[in-house]
Ligand binder design. Structure first.
Ligand code: UD1
Length: 434
């Protein structure tokens, strides 16, 4: 099994550059299917989720090529409606964006029900509600989603989301861009990657307004043209390095970030006694000698504290003396990593969506799992602060979302080695992309 072996007790020092935002890239790549022309996309993160989506586009007839390590060109002019590689779709959550982009481009879509991290039930009913409102017939059968624009083309509609959903908001935006007439999404999510997707679409000729507020208005256009777009930096990757610096008592300058996107993370870190200084496109984080507990940390939709930073903070608060409480406001079952932390000596109780941490007990190295992407990153942080050796398995989850994670951490002074089953050193291979 693919593993990381971590020798703990190192403090992180130095500078690390953040890659492009995963959750923006995984929507923008499928959205490129709407464009008749060449999309040059900069600041693409080289992670397995983007690799998978690019491979799916290639299978649909797109031409994809890397210009340099973080810039790609996608030309979907010759794409055709056909069966896509369903085994790849099934692996990732973001394959749901192909429902919106295939419907918008071809008037037809067949995708698998999305995969991705398991945090309990993760329905896509709001995506389906949105597509139906736009005039598609949508059926879920045998693990597949079948969608068809009844008039051959979607029609604008007013859609109120019953839940604030990042995925449903972006999927409806993608589908509505080429629909006839005006679409209004109410109770929309406001995450930075929603604004980024809108900016990408607009730079290719779409008319999307209000992204970043809870009402998004999309005036359908006849076609999209090629162009160049640069993806925003990854808020969660940056936040993960911020917590890693704080937890190890190190000092790290984190560059290529938008500090405004990190405000909720910076605020909570400051409550723990961590020093955080913001610059124009960087943050400096210095861990304190002694971390303070925090009273209540609750995850919420943006601009609240992100659920994708919850496990990393769970580890941090295990190191702070006293009792801290975390409430998970988004998912039913996002505390599975706690079992792994217990193997390392953490004292944590979970009741439903609430986790009570009795902090200040020393962590010790142990064999543990990466339960999912962010839980895996949290275990890496735990391994770096623990005494002795920690071996983490199932690290493919981590590589879905962190570009060169081990290389970046080792450059900051961590001591981590990678063991892949097949002896590979680089998993993001882009076999079908030149
Ligand atoms: C996206 C992110 C994920 C992040 C999450 C919340 C991607 C690929 N993933 O996931 O990293 O943790 O946003 O910031 O961008 N819900 C429904 N019905 C739906 C859709 C969602 O009930 O149709 C519920 C979900 O179960 C969850 C909540 O709404 O409880 C928010 O989910 P959503 O914002 O949609 O998350 P994802 O798009 O799955």
């Amino acid at each position: 099994m693919d593993q990381y072996t971590i020798h703990g007790g190192t403090r992180l020092h130095g500078e690390v550059e953040i890659s492009g935002a995963k959750n923006a890239a995984v929507a923008i790549i499928p959205a490129a299917l709407l464009v008749q022309g060449v999309c040059r996309i900069e600041n693409i993160p080289r992670i397995s989720d983007t690799d998978t989506l690019l491979t799916i586009l290639v299978e649909l007839g797109a031409r994809v090529s890397y210009i340099n390590k973080s810039t790609i060109e996608i030309d979907c002019t010759g794409a055709r409606y056909q069966d896509a590689p369903y085994d790849l779709m099934r692996k990732i959550r973001a394959s749901y964006y192909l429902i919106g982009s295939m419907l918008g481009r071809f008037g037809n879509a067949k995708t698998t029900m999305p995969g991705g991290c398991n945090f309990g039930v993760r329905p896509i009913d709001q995506h389906i509600k949105g597509m139906r409102a736009l005039g598609a017939q949508v059926d879920v059968k045998n693990g597949f989603v079948y969608a068809e624009a009844l008039d051959g083309r979607l029609h604008g509609a007013r859609i109120y989301l019953d839940k604030v959903s990042v995925g449903a908001t972006m999927n409806i935006m993608i589908a509505a861009v080429l629909a006839q007439g005006r679409t209004i999404i109410e109770n929309a999510a406001r995450e930075p990657h929603i604004v980024d997707l809108a900016n990408f679409l607009n730079s290719m000729g779409a008319d999307v307004r209000g992204a970043g507020t809870d009402t998004i208005k999309i005036n359908g256009v006849e076609s999209l043209h090629g162009g160049t777009y640069s993806i925003i930096p990854d808020q969660i990757e940056a936040g993960t390095y911020m917590v890693a610096a704080a937890a190890t008592g190190g000092e790290v300058l984190i560059t290529n970030v938008i500090p405004k996107h990190l405000e909720s993370i910076s605020a909570k870190l400051r409550e723990t006694g961590t020093f955080v200084e913001e610059y124009e496109e960087a943050v400096l984080v210095r861990g304190p000698e002694k971390l303070h507990r925090v009273n209540n940390l609750k995850t919420m939709p943006y601009p609240g504290f992100p659920t994708d930073m919850q496990p990393q903070f769970g580890v941090l608060l295990c190191l702070a003396e006293g009792t801290s409480v975390i409430t998970e406001g988004i998912y039913d079952n996002r505390f599975k990593y706690v079992n792994e932390l217990r193997k390392m000596g953490a004292e944590v109780q979970v009741d439903g969506r609430v986790c009570v941490i009795d902090g200040g007990h020393k962590l010790s190295g142990a064999p543990v799992h990466a339960c999912d992407l962010r839980a895996g990153a949290a275990m890496v942080i735990a391994g770096m602060v623990a005494g002795g050796t920690t071996v983490i398995d199932d690290v493919h989850f981590i590589e879905r979302g962190y570009e060169r994670f081990v290389e970046k951490l080792n450059a900051l002074g961590a001591d981590i080695t990678i063991d892949y089953d097949d002896g590979d050193t680089d998993r993001v291979s882009l076999s079908s992309v030149s």
